[in-house]
Design a protein around this ligand. Structure first.
Ligand code: ZN
Length: 226
């Protein structure tokens, strides 16, 4: 189990075959050695291999190839490794496999979600320069409407998943800000503060997703559409 978490199957094959060879030659060298002892010797050699290779991977050498006659890999293994993941099942290591699995279709969809959201500095620039173009209070009303906004998700945990929650918190922030500063300044400050939600989940632009929707609604003049 420990070896499997560290090395490709091809390396484990090499360790297993050389351990078996050692056990066999110990058995032949020592007349009268019980078979059980030879087997135990082989298993210990295998453990030593795993230990040695985890301390110094340079001892590993080249991976063994698949033994198609004695221990062939299943057809399913071939399909999953070669066709789906594009990896050689004998030489692909756990780190490499984990990396390919992480780049799943969901990740691509999340990336497309992020790429579909306008740049924050463009959104902020528009808000800063257009405050005279929308009636006061409209920014706050849009946030209130967006509390219940449930857009279709591009992928699980995409930037749109929590826009409702972020709209609610942003609305509260706005209410506190507007007791100290003018409405239009409160709107700009709140728009800036949505950036904090980008840190909610690493690399997911949740705050930008909300800001983009607010800007879209300010521009379209429809504060009550859902
Ligand atoms: Zn999305």
């Amino acid at each position: 189990m420990r070896g499997a978490s560290l090395f490709p199957i091809g390396h484990l094959y090499r360790m297993a075959w050389s351990s078996a060879r050692d056990a066999s030659s110990a058995y032949q060298r020592n007349a009268g050695m019980p078979k059980e002892n030879a087997i135990t010797h082989g298993l210990k050699q295998f453990e030593r291999w795993v230990q040695r290779a985890s301390e110094d991977p340079a001892v590993l050498g080249k991976t063994f190839s698949e033994d198609r006659n004695k221990v062939p890999l299943s057809a399913a293994t071939g399909v999953i490794f070669r066709a789906i993941m594009g990896l050689d099942p004998m030489s692909a290591g756990p780190v490499e496999i984990a990396k390919v699995l992480k780049e799943s279709p969901d990740d691509e969809l999340r990336l497309a979600c992020d790429n579909g959201i306008p740049e924050r500095h463009e959104l902020m620039e528009w808000i800063r320069t257009s405050t005279e173009a929308w009636e006061s209070g409209k920014f706050r009303r849009i946030l209130a409407v967006l509390e219940d906004w449930e857009p279709g998700l591009c992928a699980p945990s995409c930037a749109h998943e929590r826009v409702g929650q972020i709209a609610r918190e942003s609305g509260r922030f706005y209410d506190r800000a507007v007791s100290r500063v003018a409405e239009r300044d409160a709107a700009i400050l709140t728009a800036e503060a949505t950036a904090i939600a980008n840190a909610w989940q690493d690399g997911v632009r949740a705050g930008d997703a909300l800001l983009a929707e607010v800007v879209r609604r300010l521009q379209s003049g429809a504060s009550s559409e859902s």
